[in-house]
Write a protein that binds this ligand. Structure first.
Ligand code: B12
Ligand code: SF4
Length: 425
């Protein structure tokens, strides 16, 4: 059956990201179907482009990938949802084929979005097996449920029997901009941090890829034209520790030089791992530190304490790895006094980069409110952040925005945006 997959994401802040989810789903679907992909990221007239692509490919099913509910600044999502609504309308103008929604953003609000956008079906969570099963159903004249998951179509949830992402479908402009490609070594997160929706998207149990396969894919990507950096997209790269070690050893065994960054938790990030990661090409880590005092970390159910954050920072410095710490402020009742303690802590820590975000809830079925003291916290950040080197507040465009990206592009900086900031000093 003819399948058209649409990557609707147009966000280029903090940087444009290769649509790994959409190309993973495309790779699985094309084992049995005739798959094309249209990526709207760099198109001047995205809706016109979409309508033309639908008319040209005459699909029998259209999969619309919705990665983000928020803009790069974390601003509210009304405009974005309006754009997704328009995208469904553009598809409907050109075909009567069923429209299937999927992607991380969709999976956080499946019921709301499928109704709002008026789509026929939705894939919640991982798409490889679920979208393939849904296409098989439609091709055989069966009527799939409105919302499907991997479990709808039985089978396992292992990652090694999935095909590699369909990189041949990626728009080369991603690499021309900043040279960053992406790879995944596992899915899931076993931690239970209070506000975090990553386990909702990927599952609460780690599912690991074979380290040798990861390394082969990474080496291939690192050697691809225009690729200078890899972003390891795992929710947490360094847990389980032995898997992270094994991936690093396999990366070294490929003999291909590469530069990569990953999300790291202070849990289990020790000297041996930091050393091995650096030897395997790791040039930067993003750490979800979140709060600068133990009471705050406990409230957020973070599995570490401030001493662990300090130790992680010292390990990065010792092994030449840049560090970027994210702080999620204002969860629930957290107020200005708590935030001041965190800011004092960051002052003292002096990481390469610190990113401050005021919490917003995106899941339709959760009750964690938006930050009650949001405005006061933003006022405080507006005063303090501009004076500190490496402090970034996307929502207030402090060291974040298109102007900075244009400077980076003009000077031909390569790699993840925060790394550019760290390297510029
Ligand atoms: C790594 C990551 C980043 C990296 C990306 C680096 C890179 N070069 O790739 C960086 C740090 C740059 C980043 C930035 C942003 N990110 Co981000 N990111 C992630 C993360 C951790 C993993 C994404 C990923 O690649 N996963 C691996 C792929 C294989 O999975 P996937 O995309 O989910 O795809 C699967 C399914 O969703 C589904 N699927 C996907 N597409 C389709 C299409 C169809 C048709 C179907 C049927 C199914 C389907 O099947 C796929 C395969 O199983 C997720 C959180 C998470 N754990 O999922 C957040 C996440 C996607 N990001 C998010 C956000 C908000 C952003 C930013 C807007 C925020 C910011 N200011 O930094 C920017 C936007 C960047 C952009 N240009 O779009 C949100 C999106 C939802 C929301 N709340 O809006 C998430 C879910 C995190 C969160 N809860 O906040 N991100
Ligand atoms: S914040 Fe990080 S460690 Fe905590 S649950 Fe989310 S992904 Fe896991």
């Amino acid at each position: 059956m003819r399948v058209l997959i649409v990557s609707a994401n147009r966000e280029v802040m903090p940087q444009a990201v290769v649509p790994l989810g959409a190309i993973s789903v495309a790779a699985a679907a094309r084992e049995a179907h005739d798959v094309s992909l249209v990526d709207l990221c760099f198109e001047d007239d995205p809706l016109g482009c979409l309508e033309r692509a639908v008319r040209a490919t005459r699909p029998e099913v259209v999969g619309l990938g919705l990665r983000n509910l928020r803009l790069g600044t974390y601003a509210e999502s009304d405009d974005l949802i309006g754009y997704y609504r328009e995208a469904v309308r553009a598809i409907r103008r050109a075909t009567t084929a069923p429209v299937v929604l999927g992607g991380a953003g969709f999976s956080l609000r499946p019921q709301t979005l499928i109704d709002d956008l008026g789509a026929d079906h939705g894939v919640v969570g991982e798409g490889e097996r679920a979208f393939r099963g849904l296409c098989d159903d439609l091709a055989a004249g069966r009527r799939p449920p409105r919302l499907v998951t991997t479990a709808t179509y039985g089978g396992g949830d292992g990652l090694d029997d999935l095909p590699r992402p369909a990189r041949d479908l990626v728009d080369p402009r991603y690499y021309e901009r900043d040279g960053t490609d992406n790879v995944q070594t596992k899915r899931g997160c076993c931690f239970d941090c209070a506000y975090c929706d990553y386990p909702d998207i990927e599952g609460r149990r780690f599912r690991l890829r074979d380290p040798a396969r990861v390394a082969a894919e990474a080496a291939e990507r690192a050697s691809a034209p225009g690729v200078s950096h890899l972003f390891v997209v795992d929710s947490v790269f360094n847990v389980p520790h032995d898997h992270a070690m094994a991936v690093c050893r396999e990366l070294m065994a490929t003999g291909v030089p590469m530069r990569w960054v990953a999300y790291v938790s202070p849990v289990g990030f020790d000297d041996a791992l930091a050393r091995t990661m650096a030897a395997a090409g790791c040039v930067g880590v993003e750490i979800g530190s979140d709060s600068g005092d133990d009471a705050g970390l406990e409230r957020l159910r973070k599995p570490f304490r401030v001493e662990d954050i300090r130790r992680s920072h010292a390990l990065c410095a010792a092994h030449g790895i840049r560090d970027c710490h994210t702080f999620v402020l204002g969860v629930g009742d957290e107020g200005e006094a708590d935030v001041r303690r965190t800011l004092d802590f960051v002052d003292d820590l002096a990481p390469d980069v610190a990113v401050f975000v005021v919490f917003v809830e995106d899941r339709e079925d959760r009750t964690i409110d938006r930050a009650r003291h949001r405005d006061a916290i933003l006022r405080l950040l507006a005063e303090e952040a501009p004076r500190r080197r490496g402090w970034v507040v996307p929502e207030l465009s402090i060291r974040f925005g298109e102007k900075l990206s244009r400077v980076a592009a003009r000077r031909r900086f390569r790699g993840p945006a925060w790394l550019t900031l760290a390297n510029r000093g």
